[in-house]
Design a protein around this ligand. Structure first.
Ligand SMILES: Cc1cc2nc3c(=O)[nH]c(=O)nc-3n(C[C@H](O)[C@H](O)[C@H](O)COP(=O)(O)OP(=O)(O)OC[C@H]3O[C@@H](n4cnc5c(N)ncnc54)[C@H](O)[C@@H]3O)c2cc1C
Length: 463
């Protein structure tokens, strides 16, 4: 930008001098959590309230610069990282951290977009309520980011994705208007459900400044098991049986590969209590009512009898259950320490997961024999993190394309829960149908005709 001075002056007058970061102060906001995407923001803005966000948006639009909303910066698709043009302003919500109200009877919480998920969960738990979003980044991810990415995580099996929890939103639109729909209502069919436009839109249509979320009763009992299985077909059969035997109390059904656990042992120093298999399942049930342990024991006995399980442990204490979860939650970090991977966040229909994995594995072995796989994810949601390690940079694009083509053949999704950001937008554009392109561009143009909101994310710049 030729002269950023007047815009910086205006932003300082709106938000205060200390809320406008430039130079080295922007470092933590210019790259993503994995250090994979790097940008050069014009400045980073940290407004204190919705009015400041709205005025800042008007100022940025007037100056013709792009706006990149940012929460905890833990997104895995580069959606919160600006480009390197020096013509984009990062608007961080990290100062908007008020939990305004918890209604433990109506089971709702109203909070600002910058509240960290873990803080919100602790506040809900103090009222004997659960905010059912659980992911390894919950100590950093913020409510606005979780909504903007429609985050998944390990609670989806039982409680659904973040979208299902959002009852109301406050959003600053690209023209500076504030859409104020902070209703604590479970039922509201009065016209189009406008908030849905912003959930999962990754900051490309507006800036979420506050939300009302649904809470659920805090489960008083939980039981957690780590089980080794002979193959994926057995894991899927065990999943069907768990649905029958544990029913709605089944809260997580996670798949972990033996290779993944080996990475965790090598790079994080954490040893699993069950060893020697190609595949493992981390299964959890939770409820306000007792009796879960017996149900889990019955499930495990059936699994051994049927030959669906080869070994397993049932956590004897909360600490042991936490230890089992720690193995699962360390997979991404261990992978990073081992050199990273080409990441795929895919979903396919659950009954076809075994065929998908077999076919894709065979294809990759013939394409890149030296590749190693780190596969884990939410088997109960049909969602796998299919990460391909040890691939030369020159081969990464064709590996990515080949995996996504296979996902498309299985009528799956190339982004089950992480969004498109800048990482997958081109692939989305390659695989989307003409009506999907058309409608996506029409929605973007209708809400953001100047194209200022998170340019190039979700909606391709040139299509
Ligand atoms: C170790 C680890 C584990 C993870 N596990 C999971 C998992 O299991 N499931 C899952 O779904 N994700 C997972 N993630 C990804 C990430 O945590 C989620 O995508 C999370 O929702 C991002 O929240 P954030 O506040 O960090 O958003 P950011 O990274 O800051 O932003 C993400 C996107 O949302 C936009 N955005 C942020 N705030 C706003 C706002 N207020 N208004 C409008 N747009 C906004 C940004 O522009 C960007 O496009 C994981 C990440 C890590 C690092």
């Amino acid at each position: 930008m030729q002269d950023a001075g007047p815009l910086l002056e205006m932003l300082r007058s709106i938000c205060g001098d200390s809320a406008v970061l430039t130079g080295a102060d922007m470092a933590g906001y210019a790259s993503d959590w994995r250090d994979m995407f790097h940008g050069k923001p014009l400045c980073v803005l940290r407004p204190a309230n919705t009015a400041e966000v709205a005025k800042s948006v008007v100022a940025c639009v007037g100056a013709g610069v792009g706006i990149v909303p940012q929460g905890g910066n833990t997104g895995l698709a580069g959606g919160a990282t600006p480009d390197d043009s020096g013509r984009q302003v990062v608007i961080s919500l990290d100062r908007m951290t008020a939990i305004r109200r918890i209604d433990s009877i109506g089971m709702t919480v109203e909070l600002e977009a910058g509240v960290i998920l873990q803080t919100a969960k602790e506040a809900a738990a103090a009222e004997n309520r659960l905010l059912p979003i659980s992911l390894a980044a919950e100590g950093s991810a913020r409510i606005g980011g979780l909504i903007a990415t429609n985050a998944g995580g390990v609670d989806v099996l039982r409680y659904g994705m973040t979208r299902g929890l959002v009852l109301g939103l406050e959003v600053v639109l690209p023209d500076g208007q504030v859409l104020h729909r902070l209703r604590h209502l479970r039922k509201d069919n009065a016209g189009y459900d406008l908030k849905q436009l912003f959930i999962g839109s990754e900051g490309s249509l507006g800036i979420i400044t506050a939300a009302v979320l649904r809470l659920v009763p805090l489960p008083r009992h939980r039981t957690t098991a780590l089980i080794s299985v002979p193959d994926i077909a057995a894991a899927v059969r065990l999943y069907a049986r768990a649905q029958d035997d544990i029913g709605e109390a089944l809260s997580a059904f996670e798949l972990i590969s033996g290779d993944g656990l080996a990475l965790v042992a090598t790079h994080m120093g954490q040893e699993a209590p069950v060893k020697g298999a190609d595949w493992y399942l981390l299964i959890e049930a939770g409820s306000s009512l007792p009796g879960l342990r017996t149900a889990m024991e019955t499930l495990m006995e059936a699994a051994f009898e049927e030959g669906w399980a080869t070994d397993g442990v049932l956590a004897e204490s909360e600490a042991q259950a936490d230890g089992l979860w720690s193995l699962r939650e360390s997979l991404t970090e261990a992978e990073g320490k081992a050199g990273g991977a080409i990441k795929h966040d895919l979903s396919v229909p659950i009954p076809e997961i075994a065929d998908f994995l077999q076919e894709t594995g065979k294809m990759l072995r013939s394409m890149v024999p030296e590749a190693r796989l780190n596969i884990f994810g939410h088997l109960g949601d049909g969602n796998l993190h299919y990460n391909v390690m040890n691939v030369a940079k020159a081969d990464s694009a064709r590996v990515n394309t080949a995996v996504h083509d296979m996902v498309a053949r299985y009528n799956g999704s190339i982004s089950a829960e992480h969004g498109l950001g800048q990482y997958r937008t081109a692939e989305w554009a390659r695989l989307a149908t003409p009506p999907e392109h058309d409608l996506t561009h029409r929605i973007k143009r209708a809400l953001d005709p100047m194209g200022v909101m998170n340019p190039g994310k979700v909606v391709p710049l040139h299509d």
